[in-house]
Design a protein. Structure first.
Length: 147
């Protein structure tokens, strides 16, 4: 697995780690927009039950907090060895109560319900608690990718 990383300053305040990740499972490069997404890519690569995964596999529409229609692209679609499919959105736990985050999730769950009645497919959030056992583990991970 090779990773190219860049640290990008946005809005003058927050640093985001972005780059490209090479997947041996998929034989392709995947962009990532955060350290959490990069950690999740490593996790997907290492899990034997994960056969294949796609990054931002499709677009959906949702209405934001102001009622404006927006486009949503779920982060990942994963195919497991047992034939099940999971759509995941990587977010910090603190953001899960955000109106727009929940509106996107509702839109995706409705899309699944209406279009995949006979397929074992689910939607879930991936948070830092799914990726790291402690704050120190997260800090060590970020330090290792910046080196």
């Amino acid at each position: 697995m090779s990773t190219s990383t860049s640290v990008i300053l946005r809005h003058g305040k927050t640093k985001y780690i972005q780059g490209n990740f090479h997947s041996k499972k998929n034989g392709d490069n995947f962009p990532y927009k955060s350290s959490y997404e990069l950690a999740y890519l490593h996790q997907l690569e290492s899990e034997d039950e994960v056969i294949k995964y796609l990054y931002e596999p499709f677009e959906l529409y949702y209405n934001d907090v102001n009622g404006k229609q927006r486009i949503y692209r779920p982060d990942f679609m994963i195919l497991y060895a047992n034939g099940s499919i999971e759509i995941t959105e990587v977010k910090p736990k603190i953001m899960l109560k955000d109106f727009d985050v929940q509106a996107k999730a509702r839109s995706c769950r409705l899309y699944i319900e209406e279009n995949y009645k006979d397929v074992d497919i689910s939607y879930r959030f991936i948070t830092e608690q799914d990726l790291f056992n402690s704050d120190k583990e997260y800090q060590d991970f970020v330090k290792s990718i910046k080196e």
